[in-house]
Design a protein around this ligand. Structure first.
Ligand SMILES: NC(=O)c1ccc[n+]([C@@H]2O[C@H](COP(=O)([O-])OP(=O)(O)OC[C@H]3O[C@@H](n4cnc5c(N)ncnc54)[C@H](O)[C@@H]3O)[C@@H](O)[C@H]2O)c1
Length: 246
């Protein structure tokens, strides 16, 4: 896929990985709608992107991925302002295991990805006048392996992988002209890292953490390579070395 001139939507894009994904898309010549529940940081990111990539190539819309109405409004906005959608990144996510937040973790990390995929397909499917395209769902290495003490998080990420690869196998995926892939990184240097966790501290000391910009390179590969449908890209770092593996 040639990214230049394409239209993209990234959730959880105010900071961290989503911000790096949006920057990579803009760098490659796409127009990008960045969406996030955090409007304060979202507006700061928007301003920085507009200065670097042009005022009319990026917009910010505040939305919570757990709200069907708010997400419908975001998709409406991308169609009205940019004229369609070619690339969808369902990226917003949180870590939260305790009794007061675990359901929110499922609502954002898993149900938010399903909601975003369904709404993106409505806009992108070729049999309904869309242009086709690609959806990249942010999973995690914790979607493949146990992630001790983060059972709910691991369950949501296993769910994202199952959902994404199963969608890709649906014959409708070809009819719609939409590929669905998942990116599955290990620890990334963002605000999400559980920095106060001793076990985690040991892991980071031993293996290090990846930069969001490095993970964005894998993200772009999943977008640009038209042969990738149902692909799961694992990205890891061990003892200072980084690895990409399909
Ligand atoms: N940091 C890591 O080590 C790591 C590793 C693998 C996967 N991931 C995944 O990467 C994705 C991005 O996380 P990050 O590391 O950049 O963390 P982050 O906390 O820096 O960014 C997450 C963003 O999602 C937004 N968000 C949270 N709840 C939302 C909601 N309900 N609606 C809309 N936006 C919401 C936040 O405001 C924030 O801007 C997540 O899905 C996460 O699970 C992170």
């Amino acid at each position: 896929m040639k990214v230049s001139g394409k239209i993209a939507l990234v959730t959880g894009a105010a900071q961290g990985l989503g911000k790096a994904f949006a920057a990579a898309l803009l760098e490659n010549g796409a127009k990008v709608l960045i969406s996030d529940v955090n409007s304060e940081t979202g507006e700061v990111t928007l301003k920085a992107f507009q200065e670097k990539y042009g005022e009319n190539n990026v917009m910010f819309v505040r939305a919570d991925v757990t709200s069907q109405a708010q997400m419908q409004a975001v998709f409406h906005q991308v169609r009205e302002s940019f004229g369609g959608l070619d690339i969808m990144s369902n990226n917003a996510g949180i870590v939260g295991e305790t009794s007061d937040v675990w359901e929110k973790t499922v609502d954002i990390n898993l149900k938010g990805v399903i909601r975003g995929t369904n709404l993106a397909l409505d806009l992108m499917r070729q049999d309904k006048g869309g242009r086709g395209g690609v959806i990249i769902n942010t999973a995690s290495l914790a979607g493949f392996t146990p992630f001790p003490k983060y059972e709910v998080y691991a369950a949501t990420k296993h769910g994202v992988i199952g959902f994404s690869r199963t969608w890709a196998e649906n014959p409708l995926s070809a009819e719609y002209g939409v590929r669905v892939n998942a990116i599955c990184p290990a620890m990334i240097d963002t605000a999400m890292l559980p920095r106060g966790d001793d076990d985690f501290g040991k892991y980071v000391e031993e293996h290090g953490v990846m930069s969001p910009e490095y993970v964005a390179e894998g993200f772009m590969d999943l977008i640009k390579d038209d042969s990738k449908n149902g692909a799961l890209l694992k990205m890891t770092q061990k003892s200072g070395k980084v690895y990409m593996e399909y």
